[in-house]
Design a protein around this ligand. Structure first.
Ligand SMILES: Cc1cc2nc3c(=O)[nH]c(=O)nc-3n(C[C@H](O)[C@H](O)[C@H](O)COP(=O)(O)OP(=O)(O)OC[C@H]3O[C@@H](n4cnc5c(N)ncnc54)[C@H](O)[C@@H]3O)c2cc1C
Length: 297
């Protein structure tokens, strides 16, 4: 492997300028668990010659709540830190579950959620969980900061809307409504250390009458990017949280996703998993929403 330059800027603008100097061969380095392993396997072309580490840039913290109740996760916040946070576990269970399932304890101690999202793998567990909470990426460049909703962040397999010199500074999630719940599941041949054949995450909020006020469904490994299935979400609105409605939403999701056949599963198997498992995920999210309602009342 050719020599690689490791740079540790102390501000976001400095990091952005360094990335812009040689955009083709520079990369942001977070935990490095995706970038370095793929580089060593020859899967990153051209291989990065300049790694811009984020570790020396001061931050407000790793996990924090803004005054409006929104959750902020810094670019350096590891999966292990998120998995260990009691507030994330309580209010964003699907995100907690995804962060406890990725890789191994060693991987989770280094890997970041932002790195998972920016890897833009169709099988990125954390990205799927983040999508089901209406997450937003806070992006910085050398002179400005702006928001990108995660629904518009992914542009293709392993590609994002980020331009050279743009860095995700944090992920932000709106505060969940008091009567909401979420759930996450990954289906594959191995429980860990392998990409899932299908990833499913859902978040459900109920109104005062117990009907579905909002629903977000995100899927991974069934399309070129992690996706939301808005048609299936819309079908649930105003309905009672019952198995028939969840089955219909899953049927729509299964018909609208766009899986491929590969070494992990056939496209048909993936569609069947969406159809069979999504109702269970929605049911669990709704049960958690009902439990949250009881606790709040
Ligand atoms: C053994 C093993 C098992 C794994 N298991 C899983 C698994 O089960 N599920 C799963 O989803 N993934 C898995 N992964 C992949 C990887 O660990 C995760 O995607 C991880 O979350 C990546 O985070 P990182 O901080 O290491 O990112 P890095 O490797 O540092 O970066 C990943 C990509 O994002 C870019 N990037 C990072 N941070 C930023 C930023 N702030 N702004 C802009 N771009 C940025 C980098 O340039 C790079 O292109 C596994 C990897 C290994 C090696």
């Amino acid at each position: 492997m050719a020599p690689v330059e490791l740079l540790t800027p102390t501000s976001w603008s400095e990091a952005a300028l360094l990335l812009q100097e040689s955009p083709e061969t520079s990369a942001v380095l977070a935990g490095g668990t995706d970038l370095m392993s793929r580089t060593f396997m020859g899967k990153v072309s051209p291989a990065p010659r300049r790694l811009v580490s984020l570790r020396a840039i001061p931050s407000m913290g790793t996990i924090w709540r803004a005054d409006d109740g929104s959750l902020h996760l810094h670019a350096r916040t590891t999966l292990a830190q998120i998995a260990a946070d009691p507030a994330v576990r309580e209010t964003y269970p699907a995100l907690h579950e995804a962060c406890t399932r990725i890789g191994s304890p060693q991987i989770r101690a280094r890997a970041t959620l932002v790195g998972n999202v920016c890897s833009a793998s169709p099988a990125a567990d954390g990205a799927v969980a983040a999508l089901c909470f209406g997450g937003t990426a806070e992006v910085v460049d050398d002179h400005s900061a702006f928001d990108v909703p995660l629904v518009s962040f992914f542009t293709g397999p392993r590609t994002t809307c980020l331009k050279p010199g743009q860095i995700v500074r944090a992920l932000r999630f709106p505060p969940p409504s008091p009567r909401s719940g979420s759930a996450f599941r990954r289906v594959g041949t191995r429980r860990a250390m392998d990409c899932a054949a299908v990833i499913l995450a859902a978040s459900v909020a109920l109104d005062a009458a117990g009907r579905i006020e909002s629903a977000e469904i995100a899927l991974g490994s069934v399309a070129p990017t992690p996706i939301r299935v808005t048609e299936a979400e819309t079908r649930l609105l105003g309905q009672a949280p019952l198995p028939a409605g969840f089955a219909e939403a899953a049927r729509i999701a299964s018909a609208t996703c766009d899986p491929i056949s590969d070494i992990r599963a056939s496209a048909e198997y993936r569609r069947q998993v969406v159809r069979g498992v999504l109702p269970l995920v929605l049911q669990q999210a709704a049960e958690r929403a009902m439990a949250a309602e009881r606790q709040g009342s």
